[in-house]
Design a binder for this molecule. Structure first.
Ligand code: ARG
Ligand code: ZN
Length: 896
């Protein structure tokens, strides 16, 4: 397609400030598809009218890789011109019927945007700008139309024909073809259009909601996969019930469909009434899916279902508002998963996992060349902005609103938002305004303009806290200072509104009553302090001895908290904090502290990294009968190499890797007896169910096996590796089987090779399991540079394919983005490999390529020789002719 370019020949940036309402509205769309893999014919009949509130101008329709055959205005041939890929028509009446006839070639669509074929089945993906690859259209989310869709195809090859809404007609056609006609009762933007056609079967369930309405739920998959749809269906039923119970938002369709495809650029898509999913987030049975898969399926099914309100009923005015639907919907799916937990401990585990994602993926993004506000100001390719900032940080912004107005107040805000904006395309401002307006005497309402800096300013704020105890006055003063480093285009930041949940513990770990100086009320437990200034202090009275502050409980704001804790204070928090998040956090701080010290200490490179106090504390955690296994597993997991790297001004990835591996070896040996006990107590979880409690026990047993095999590596013991192999063979579910296999691979044991071969032989026909097989190997710990040759060999495996995004991710991303110790090689061969794969993928699928291009986001922090070599590799990609604008935007920003 022709691209708009600036003076330097770079693709043109789209800016939020330039938003103008469309010159035309499209009221109805009547689409007829003659589906054929090589040449699909699309007849598009629309009713349009001029938007009286716009600046006017000709009709400019977006199109991409279409063959245009005919344009009729009110039934007459019309004159039009092509301008920068758009179809432009001048001199139009106030309202008219427009008929456009085009063809496209789904089988050659390797970008997987628009209409494509996967395993002889037609699918669509239209968000953000894929509909223009199906027909010429005003392909922007503020143009909402009513759709009627007729699908025609060969009946034997494509027996199932689906689109949005309700099936109103179907029947046979001559020459072995048939048709189906669908009408969507809701107006929608083009990005929510979908069709599916192929040989599929469905699990079906009829439900009656508490509102008394009947619905048909369907999960469509390939014939052999029906036995893997029960969990997705249960997750869908739970989602419907939850949204009605928690937010009063009912299912508004008679029929709600989920369809799975194995070729998909992302996780899933919330098309109205016809969600299309990556198979990874639908298919599960205990033999093929791990606990993590089960829990991801629950989240993603929930996420897409919740979009039916937060996204479909109320959508985005423009793509700068993407977080309006994504941040809110991630928040909703996180709350859904937490509300499904049976107890507070399981809720806390979910919260810790979510924060871990935010800190290992979003914090680096916010500190790197692709940093952007939750509501960006400009983009070149919108696909590049489906980021952890828009999604996960966006969810944290919504969560802070809930913290500021309370759970009930937040529910009232959500109710007002949907009442006020149902059927509209709106902005992040509209959302924040609705939550505030429903809570007029809240801090949020009082501070709204300042609070909205979370939408406009990029970067992670740093919050430095200092405590001062005055024994004579019996007061404790906490002083806070907030700063935020510059990000691209934003040199200076104004202070944020930061809700800080706080508790104070005495030296023996008991919670103290909190009374602020000058205030009458005394709070037992957690109190929320609302920070608004760059520096601010709070004094607590009636404090008998120097307390241990538990700051930012539950991670109440997405900030980096600096507090100069002593080791003793952290050990107190780790042993006693009633807030499980900060209890976990104390352990992470202790481990991080040791890691940073060892990384720095070149004088004694082989000295033990972890001290006795830490090891003893971990032993106590493992032995503690009052803690859940899932929580123990999180506490015993060391901060990731990526997280450690973020704390350092200059990063030597090999040094970080070596230190972290040394810490793991130390935990393995020093806690050998505790690992044996943990395995013995947790490895038998009975009949398989994926609930948080038993999956936590499997996770801890799996961790124990990994450490026992690591210890065996040091001692030469053969008992545990042998037991692990037996476990691998006998396992009754994929979680236990895969954990055993991982333990052998992670410890580099010679039994790993036969186990891997056996695993492949058992699961050779299960694509999602083969993805795990590839990914485990590409992500395995590097020993003397052995992983890169292995990765190259895996790419030659007959099961490998660059065109299938899941498979490409399982090998290439597992190596380049998730295995820093193997990827950052002193000889730069990892970077050379990366640049070749980015270029190769770019010609096939720009979205996937641009995602891979992000693996070197943090290159400028690397120590030499890595830094120069990484820069050179990025420059090589940037120099490639015909690079997609997706990848160009990423590499040009990296080099800027
Ligand atoms: N709206 C989808 C979801 O989050 C994701 C669509 C991603 N689109 C893209 N071009 N990457 O549920
Ligand atoms: Zn989403």
């Amino acid at each position: 397609m022709l691209q708009l370019r600036d003076g330097q020949g770079q693709p043109l940036a789209i800016r939020r400030e330039d938003y103008v309402a469309p010159a035309w509205w499209i009221d109805t769309v009547d689409l007829t598809f003659d589906l054929d893999p090589a040449k699909t014919r699309v007849l598009n009949r629309m009713r349009l009218r001029r938007n009286p509130d716009s600046v006017g101008g000709p009709l400019r329709l977006d199109g991409d890789e279409l063959n245009l055959a005919r344009v009729l205005v009110d039934g007459q041939g019309a004159s039009f011109r092509m301008e920068a890929g758009q179809l432009v028509i001048d001199n139009l009446p106030e309202s008219f019927e427009l008929e456009i006839f085009t063809t496209c070639c789904p089988v050659k669509n390797t970008k997987l945007m628009g209409l494509f074929v996967s395993e002889n089945t037609f699918f669509t993906q239209c968000e953000a700008e894929g509909f223009r690859r199906i027909t010429y259209f005003l392909d922007r989310p503020d143009v909402m139309a009513s759709y009627t869709v007729t699908l025609r195809a060969d009946k034997t090859a494509y027996p199932v024909l689906l689109s949005n809404g309700n099936l109103v007609d179907s029947g046979d056609l001559p020459e072995g073809r048939h048709f189906a006609k669908w009408v969507d009762p809701f107006r929608k933007p083009s990005y929510l259009f979908a069709l599916v056609a192929g040989k599929l079967v469905a699990r079906e369930q009829r439900i009656t909601t508490r509102a008394g309405r009947d619905h048909l739920l369907q999960v469509y998959v390939r014939a052999g996969d029906l036995d893997k749809t029960e969990h997705a269906m249960n997750s869908l039923i739970n989602s419907v019930l939850w949204d009605e119970a928690r937010f009063g938002l009912p299912l508004d369709l008679d029929r709600f469909m989920i369809v799975a495809t194995s070729d998909f650029n992302m996780g899933a898509m919330e098309n109205k009434g016809l969600n299309i999913f990556n198979t990874k987030y639908v298919l599960a049975n205990q033999a093929t899916a791990t606990d993590a898969d089960y829990s991801n399926i629950e989240s993603v099914v929930g996420h897409e279902y919740f979009h039916n309100w937060s996204g479909d009923r109320v959508t985005c005015r423009d793509w700068f508002q993407l977080s309006l639907k994504e941040g809110l919907t991630v928040f909703r799916d996180q709350e859904f998963s937490m509300d499904l937990c049976a107890d507070a401990s399981a809720r806390a585990v979910k919260r810790i996992e979510d924060v871990r994602v935010l800190r290992t993926a979003q914090f680096p993004e916010d500190a790197g060349p692709m940093a952007h506000p939750v509501r960006p100001d400009s983009y070149i390719e919108i696909s590049n902005f489906y980021t952890v900032t828009i999604y996960e940080k966006g969810a944290e912004v919504v969560r802070m609103m809930q913290t500021l107005v309370g759970r009930k107040g937040f529910e009232a805000g959500i109710t007002l938002y949907f009442k006020r904006h149902d059927g509209q395309a709106v902005t992040c401002d509209d959302f924040a305004q609705a939550i505030a307006d429903a809570n007029l005497d809240s801090d949020l309402s009082r501070l709204l303009p300042q609070f909205k800096r979370w939408y406009s300013q990029a970067g992670t704020p740093r919050l430095a806290a200092h405590g001062h105890y005055d024994a004579d006055a019996r007061t404790y003063t906490l002083r806070f200072e907030q700063t935020c480093a510059p990000t691209p285009g934003q040199p200076l930041k104004l202070p944020f509104v930061i809700p800080v949940n706080l508790g104070l513990l005495d030296a023996s770990g008991r919670e103290l009553p909190l009374q602020l100086d000058g205030a009458a009320d005394v709070v037992r437990g957690t109190r929320t302090l609302v920070l608004t200034e760059s520096a601010q202090q709070f004094t607590f009275v009636g404090v008998d001895a120097e307390p241990v502050p538990s700051i930012l409980r539950g991670f109440s704001a997405p900030v980096i908290l600096d507090f100069d804790y002593s080791d003793a204070q952290l050990l107190t928090l780790l042993a006693n904090d009633p807030d499980p998040f900060n209890r976990w956090e104390a352990g992470q701080r202790l481990a991080l502290r040791s890691a940073l010290k060892a990384i720095d200490d070149s004088a004694a490179p082989d000295a033990p990294v972890l001290d006795t106090a830490y090891i003893d504390a971990m032993a106590a955690v493992l032995r503690n009968p009052t803690l859940d296994a899932a929580f123990k597993e999180l506490v015993l997991t060391l901060p990731s190499e990526t997280y450690i790297a973020e704390q350092l001004p200059v990063v030597d990835p090999q040094r970080i890797h070596a230190v972290r591996e040394a810490m793991r070896a130390q935990l393995a040996t020093a806690l050998f007896a505790q690992w044996e006990a943990a395995y013995d107590e947790n490895h038998d979880t009975g009949a398989y169910t994926p609930d948080p409690r038993s999956s936590g026990r499997r996770a801890l047993a799996g961790m124990a096996l990994t450490f026992l095999c690591l210890a065996a590596r040091a001692s030469g013991d053969t008992v545990w590796p042998g037991k692990t192999l037996q476990r691998f063979k006998d396992a009754g579910n994929m979680t236990d089987r895969f954990n055993a296999l991982s333990a052998l691979v992670a410890s580099g044991h010679s039994l790993a090779a036969p186990a891997l071969a056996r695993f492949h032989a058992i699961f050779k026909d299960e694509a999602l399991v083969i993805d795990k097989w590839f990914s485990l190997q590409a992500g395995s710990p590097d020993r003397g540079g052995d992983v890169l040759p292995l990765v190259k060999q895996l790419m030659k495996h007959p099961d490998f394919s660059l065109k299938n995004p899941n498979r490409a991710r399982s090998v290439i991303f597992s190596y380049c983005s998730a295995n820093p110790g193997a990827f950052h090689r002193p000889d730069a061969a990892g970077y050379v490999f990366w640049s070749e794969r980015v270029c190769e993928l770019d010609a096939i699928n720009p979205q996937v390529a641009a995602r891979l291009a992000r693996s070197l986001d943090r290159w400028s922090k690397l120590a030499e020789p890595y830094r120069s070599a990484a820069r050179e590799a990025i420059a090589r990609v940037a120099a490639k002719p015909d690079l997609s604008k997706d990848t160009q935007e990423v590499v040009n920003r990296a080099l800027a």
